[in-house]
Design a protein around this ligand. Sequence first.
Ligand SMILES: Nc1ncnc2c1ncn2[C@@H]1O[C@H](COP(=O)(O)OP(=O)(O)O)[C@@H](O)[C@H]1O
Ligand SMILES: [Mg+2]
Length: 1107
Amino acid sequence: MEVKTSLLDNMIGVGDMVLLEPLSEDTFIENLKKRFDHNEIYTYIGSVVISMNPYKSLPIYTAEKVEEYRNRNFYELSPHIYALADEAYRSLRDQDKDQCILITGESGAGKTEASKFVMSYVAAVCGKGQEVNKVKEQLLQSNPVLEAFGNAKTVRNDNSSRFGKYMDIEFDFKGDPIGGVISNYLLEKSRVVKQTRGERNFHVFYQLLSGASDDLLKKLKLDRDFSKYNYLSLDSATVNGLDDAASFRTVRNAMQIVGFMEDEVQSILELVAAVLKLGNIEFKPESRVNGFDESRVKDKNDLKEMCELLGIEQSVLERAFSFRTVEAKMEKVSTTLNVAQAYYARDALAKNLYSRLFSWLVNRINESIKAQTKKPKKVMGVLDIYGFEIFEDNSFEQFIINYCNEKLQQIFIELTLREEQEEYVREGIEWTNIEYFNNAIICDLIENNKNGILAMLDEECLRPGTVTDETFLDKLNTVCAEHQHFESRQSKNSKFLTDHSLPHNCFRIQHYAGKVLYRAEGFVDKNNDLLYRDLSQAMYKANHSLMKLLFPEGNPAKVNLKRPPTAGFQFKASVGTLMKNLLTKNPNYIRCIKPNDKKAAHIFTDSLVCHQVRYLGLMENVRVRRAGYAFRQAYESCLERYKMLCKQTWPHWRGPAREGVKVLLTGLQVHAEEFAYGRSKIFIRNPRTLFFLEEKRRQCLEDLAALIQKIYRGWKCRTHFLLMKKSQVVVSAWYRRFAQQKKYQNIRCSALVVQSFIRGWKARKLLRELKHKKRCEQAVTTISAFWHGTQARRELKRLKEEARRKHAIAVIWAYWLGLKVRREYRKFFRANAGKKIYDFTIQRIMQKYFLGLKKTMPSMSPIDKSWPARPYGFLDETHKELRRVFHLWRCKKYRSQFTEEKKATYEEKLAASELFKDKKALYPSSVGQPFKGDYVEITKNPKYQKLNSLAEDRVLLADVVSKINRANGKGAPRIFLLTKKSLVLADQKTGQVKASVPLLDLSSVSVSTQNDGFFALKLKEGAVSAAKGDFLLSSDRLIEIITKLHRTGAASADRNQIKIDISDEFLVQFKQDKVCVKFIQGTPKNGNSVACKRKNNRLLEVSVPSP
Ligand SMILES: Nc1ncnc2c1ncn2[C@@H]1O[C@H](COP(=O)(O)OP(=O)(O)O)[C@@H](O)[C@H]1O
Ligand SMILES: [Mg+2]
């Protein structure tokens, strides 16, 4: 939020002299002093800014300050040069009015500084951008260059501008700077060759000598020591607060920014060096035959170096310093120069060289900074011209300078005072005339074409015959004597005859700013500004890039016999142009006042300030302001600007603008004294009233802005809302579509599910039906098949029955037929014939039967069971009997072939069968094995001789058996020898008898029912051989062994047959102990072998593999 301030806030004294109460010179100065003491160096008189030089830097030119003053009303903040610059810039930019800023004041009052502040402010607030910034930079950087060449230290100002400068800054329609034009006025060139005490030559000389590198100095043939150069005053060669070396660098940099080429800079510095060298050239007289002295260059070294620098032929220049050629009427007359003339010529050359270089510099800068476009431009001119000067010794320069200031004052008067009053009259506003001093009369004294001082001077200069400053003064004395502002001792005005303050060789002019005494000496020369043609021609011939440009009149091809215009004439003309230029623009005034003569801060010398206030006409300024109206404006623009403040005028006023303004002001209840209605303008007396209007307008604009904003916002919201609504409709439409789609899909899915279920159900139902139907069809088929079967069978049965019946019928028929035949034919047979036929028939049948049987008889093998079928039922018995008989016969036949031995073998086999068939599982495997008896060939083996001898008669059986060890159930091989009377167990290897048991001692033999070869030989208790107990043996040929053992009993008469026990559990007597041998069905894991294990002392377990 912008803080609203006013000029009146925190005011020290009064910020605007118009508000001063009471108004007098004293109060005016008192106010200035008071403000000055508080560092308020700026004060207004209406829109004019009074600026006091503070001689110290103040913190009021910062970037923040620039921002503070930017776009603010002139009277809104405390007085500042920025306020004026802002006002000027804004009215240039916004109202398209060309502006000029006129900065006036004495030398050292702060004009140049003020002009820089204005320029820097404008640069800061105007547009930005690469191109614009470049232009700004160039415009700003032109200052240091011009100051180096055009400023010097004077007694009044350490950095005094020794030339007048007017700079037009050009802007485009947006207010962006696009270029500029600088005009320079009358450089004080006399300073080049001579400076008064306490002053210096132009800065650039000192800067060059202090700041240039050794290299550069050598190139320029210069020495760093100031004292080596005649043209440089020594007593103030260095100035406090001025660093020449640093400034030199700044200037070089500025030149680069402005756009100087390196070789251009070099050329410029060569010229500067040449001027210094020129100053060192000295002359000596040389007597001539005609009695006149002729000047000669004393020491040619400097001359030589200067010629080298500028590329001039030394002899040509040397001659130009000794001779002078005067051309008249096609004749050339050469006269010698005396020493004084030679020095004059030298200085004239130096001054011309320097001033022309300066002008060239300004043109060169203009070339760089000129606007690149031809489009219409807006212009802001800044005029910083040397101030009014009153020295002890005032010469032609001061006269010219003061003339210029007179002209500026004239403009000020023209525009502020007279213009204003005339405007009131023109506008028909009641107006009390204010007396003010119009300096037009002084201007006239100087510039009048007929009898003005400048005209007189020119006349003198052009007049043939001897012309001196005295003749010029005489002329003035006669022509201007009557003028009330001209004073001279010798004028006809007796008033001054006794005035001793007025020397004889001087004249005095009462300038608007005070009386100035001018010494006539030098006026003619300076006005002539004469440079001998020989010199200008010598310069033109120089082999240097700049010289031909600087001395065009030296061109021999363009010899102009006409005199060049005098300095006074030229100046008058350029001032005239400047004034015309200024009059086309809207003026803004900065009136600079210096507070003291000592260039010191904090000192306020009343008398000095009072003097300046007087001659600047500030009091008149205030009075006019106060008597008149602070502000005026055409009715149209006023109405246009404030019409929003009143209902009748807003938004359009149909009637004449004047009436509109009246309505407006009445409506606003502005005090009637505060304004006056002119013919075309409204005049507002007090700035306050204007502020009031402005403030109202601002508020109103705010309201209007708010209204516009409101309507705009409403519109924006509405459009936004409508858009949203539209979007919402679209969105909801889409959403609904989406939702409906989704719903539809759901329903569809469900329908599909239901459908599928129904279809499934239907299909299943159909399937069921079809299956039922199929089953029915099958059943029908089956039933019909059965039915057909039944029918067929029935039919078959019937047919069979029928066939049987037919057969029976046939048999019966046959029988009956036989019977019938027999009956019929009985009579023809004998009584026994029937019997005979029958017998015969039987015989025939029997015959046929036996013959058939003979053919189909089975083989002779007793085991062949085949037998042919019986052909007739009645032969059944016979047939069977025949079969039995045939078999017996066949067996008899078979047996009859047997030997005795084979018969015995079969008997044994038969015995074995009786003993074991269907009782022991081992038996079937033994059927096919023939019983060999001696398996170890005991008769043939010599080892068993003893055994053989034991079997005195016959060996029934000899085989290897296992004797089971009662301790562990393992078997040990033994030869088992059975004879008719005993059995022997012997060692298998040696044949040594281990045990011999008479068969009589054997009570029984125990075997199992299973498929094993274990057998126990039980001995009769008490028998001798029973001492060691029973034998438990095992043999694969168990059946044969036992059978043979059993049959021994049958053969012998003295003992019973040995009893055979077949049981799966039996007791065996081992010595004292009875051990039970138990047979169990073995598990497959025991393998196929019979395993015997001792379970405990009383039990031996034999596991037998299952068959
Ligand atoms: N506003 C200011 N603030 C500080 N110093 C200033 C100001 N104006 C002028 N000066 C001082 O006064 C000196 C002279 O000012 P200058 O502008 O060169 O005077 P003029 O151009 O009127 O001869 C400057 O060198 C500077 O030291
Ligand atoms: Mg200046």
